[in-house]
Design a protein around this ligand. Structure first.
Ligand code: PMP
Ligand code: GLU
Length: 397
């Protein structure tokens, strides 16, 4: 059967595929150390679980309004005021089945064939394919360590054409951990506002920041910029709720009403029970967030130092999120039992098969000189994993 061309333009999510492969090997009895999946290893806090259990007991198990319950959207509006100094009406907020779903909805609403969408690389693996699924063209803008993996205003200017529809920004970044400062965002905003385009700002790692680095979203730059921004966020990372599938987006009403319309035809509301849990996450005590972040910080410091101790690998210090993105191209050309390693995909395959360590090749994020490791794993796990990588690299010819 001939399938639609659009499915042939995309790949399965590499992060999820590697996690699935690592889990399958574990199920076969192999002692795999996984640095693949970007999800907190902490349990969802008890107050959040209780809210979901109460929702079930109270029979809150039916359809809700498509865009999310009134109380959850009000709580999200309060969160935007509290954390970001941004004012949105309830009608400007749509709750979806994860931030990935929010992005997919936005892509359907905003993009079509002939449109270009600027994505700075290294990028989160799903952005280009989400854009392709709406038949638009991703325009990849390469960045590297020389600008701390951040797109410069000059690069943005050069990549804008008459067909440019949007820029997708992600700060703190998955996979690099880069965090844009207010000044850097202001410089990008100035260029955006000279053109007929919007920004999708993926703020999902907003609370996972280290060393007192402040968070700023491009929507904060000016009222005019806020009108051109759709902010995407969710509860997966901040509250260790990846499986609950609640994300949300906020932006101009003319866009968000169409997002709700698309969602009404595709999925209806996200799970009623997960919405009650997300309400407690956003409105309830926030203490668990700080505890989790300080634990991540210890792991970050350890893993960066351990990677830099391995000959052929060098790693910058990420300011946010829970990933490291070391340069590993220093290992390319070396070989294992006569087989040469020439790129990040071969390196990741070799590490999985021979060192029993799962990492994601940089190629999946648009940068073949790197690999990504998630340090949302226990310290013991990280220590053993680093030992294995070090021993394996030392065994290369
Ligand atoms: N954006 C980024 C940058 C991410 O890393 C993730 C993690 N999967 C998502 C969006 C989607 O998160 P979720 O769908 O779990 O809310
Ligand atoms: N965002 C996480 C990651 O990058 C989870 C997997 C996914 O949704 O891609 O690993």
């Amino acid at each position: 059967m001939k399938l639609a061309e659009r499915v042939q333009r995309i790949q399965p999510s590499a992060t999820l595929a590697i996690t699935a492969r690592a889990n399958a090997l574990k199920a076969e009895g192999k002692d795999i150390i996984g640095f693949g999946a970007g999800e907190p290893d902490f349990d969802t806090p008890m107050n959040i679980k209780r809210a979901a259990i109460d929702a079930i007991h109270q029979g809150f198990t039916k359809y809700t309004p498509v865009a999310g319950t009134d109380e959850l959207r009000e709580a999200i509006a309060e969160k935007f005021r509290r954390d970001n100094n941004l004012v949105y009406r309830k009608s400007q907020i749509v709750v979806s089945c994860g931030a990935k779903h929010s992005l997919a909805n936005l892509s359907q609403v905003l993009f079509e064939r002939g449109d270009e969408v600027i994505i700075p690389a290294p990028y989160w693996v799903s952005y280009p394919d989400i854009v392709c699924l709406s038949d638009a063209e991703p325009v990849i803008v390469k960045t590297d360590e020389t600008t701390n993996f951040k797109m410069t205003p000059g690069q943005l200017s050069e990549s804008i054409t008459k067909r440019t529809k949007a820029l997708i920004l992600n700060s703190p970044s998955n996979p690099t951990g880069a965090v844009y400062t207010r000044d850097e965002l202001a410089a990008l905003a100035e260029i955006v506002l000279e053109h007929d385009m919007v920004v999708i700002s993926d703020d999902i790692y907003e609370h996972i920041l280290y060393d007192d680095v402040p968070f700023c979203t491009i929507a904060n730059i000016s009222e005019e910029m806020k009108e051109k921004t759709i902010v995407v966020n969710g509860v997966s990372k901040t509250y260790a709720m990846t499986g609950w599938r609640i994300g949300y987006a906020a932006g101009p009403e003319e866009i968000m009403s169409q997002v709700a319309k698309v969602q009404s035809q595709n999925t209806s509301n996200p799970s009623s029970i997960a919405q009650k849990a997300a309400l407690e996450a956003i409105r309830g005590g926030q203490d668990t967030v700080g505890i989790m972040v300080s634990e991540f910080q210890k792991r970050r410091d350890y893993i960066v130092a351990a990677l830099n101790d391995i000959e052929g690998i060098s790693c910058t210090m990420p300011a946010g999120a829970f990933y490291v993105f070391p340069t590993v191209s220093g290992l390319y050309g070396r070989s294992f039992r006569g087989t040469s390693i020439t790129n990040s995909t071969e390196l990741a395959a070799w590490l999985l098969d021979d060192a029993l360590v799962a990492v994601v090749p940089g190629a999946a994020f648009g940068s073949d000189a790197h690999m990504r490791l998630s340090y949302a794993a226990s310290m013991a796990h990280i220590e053993r994993g680093m030992e294995r990588i070090s021993d394996a690299v030392n065994g290369l010819e």
